[in-house]
Write a protein that binds this ligand. Structure first.
Ligand code: SF4
Ligand code: SF4
Length: 291
């Protein structure tokens, strides 16, 4: 039995008391039967993000065709797509008055285009309902379906394209069994090539057993593939059935890695114990605009 690492002091934060705005957002979500990653992953940043008018939605259901042992999403055979989801999502975003949204999904290896078309429909509907809202998509790798997915995004690019490498290549067998490091890098490169003005972004978790040197190598690979923005956060074990936390990376090391990232030429790097893929996404994108 692997001993569970005790959380260091820097990992303990108190959630601020829930505000009216947060309650409003939560009840709007309930009413429209939509899922936010913020709530479902019990994200420690929820209050902060909702108060900023930012949220992350999960589309195409809550059942994934893959099973990554760090991830808390259920796996199995997904349900058919809800063709009305893009409209419902767009209406909810309008009602919630969100300024910046992140749209993500489970992996849908069962769909011919991996769900790219559904992402695009969501983008179109949101733009129609809330032209001011900026849209970041955090996509699966579209493994085996890259051409179909690229074709879709050629017509309908998001404001920010995000795809997470999650960890160093040595850790893939353990942490991302259905994925391929090079494939993911290639997806990011091709999107950038197609839409040079759309910022690309990727995220990594720390504490799975990788070394900081390996992370630096990944950062270099990302820059070589044109990726503009980075998120680097601490992995937290969702339950005892998931991969254990091997190490809690101290804040000072995150700061050092951020310095390395900026030297490598990322336009924005959010690095810290609580950073998530969508953390301060709105502020990051703003930084991108003034670049
Ligand atoms: Fe939601 Fe992302 Fe903010 Fe967490 S960091 S609350 S998942 S938007
Ligand atoms: Fe979780 Fe994504 Fe892996 Fe599916 S592909 S199990 S949603 S990390």
């Amino acid at each position: 039995n692997e001993e569970i690492l005790r959380k260091p002091d820097w990992m303990r934060i108190k959630l601020p008391p829930s505000s009216q705005k947060i309650e409003h957002i939560k009840s709007t979500l309930r009413k429209n039967k939509l899922h936010s990653v913020c709530e479902e992953a019990s994200c420690p940043n929820l209050a902060e993000c909702f108060n900023h008018g930012t949220a992350t939605f999960m589309i195409m259901g809550a059942i994934c065709t893959r099973r990554c042992p760090f991830c808390d999403v259920a796996h199995g055979r997904p349900l058919a797509l809800d063709p009305d989801e893009p409209r419902k999502l767009a209406q909810t975003i309008k009602e919630m008055n969100l300024r910046y949204v992140v749209i993500t999904s489970v992996d849908r290896d069962d769909l011919r285009d991996g769900g790219a078309q559904h992402f695009a429909e969501c983008i179109r509907e949101i733009r129609e309902h809330s032209p001011q809202t900026r849209i970041e998509i955090l996509t699966p790798d579209f493994r085996g379906r890259m051409e179909q997915a690229l074709e879709v995004f050629r017509e309908t690019p998001p404001d920010v394209f995000n795809h997470n490498l999650e960890t160093a290549p040595r850790m893939y067998r353990l942490a991302r069994p259905g994925a391929d490091y090079k494939w993911s890098l290639e997806l990011l490169r091709r999107i950038k090539e197609m839409h040079p003005d759309v910022p690309t972004k990727s995220g990594l978790m720390m504490g799975l057993g990788e070394t900081n040197e390996e992370i630096v190598e990944v950062l270099k690979d990302l820059r070589e593939h044109g990726v503009n923005m980075l998120t680097l956060g601490q992995y937290l074990q969702p339950s005892r059935h998931h991969l254990p936390v091997k190490r809690y990376v101290p804040p000072a090391e995150f700061d050092q890695l951020k310095e390395v990232a900026m030297e490598l030429g990322f336009s924005h790097a959010a690095c810290g114990p609580f950073v998530r893929s969508s953390y301060h996404a709105d502020l990051q994108a703003k930084g991108e605009e003034v670049k």
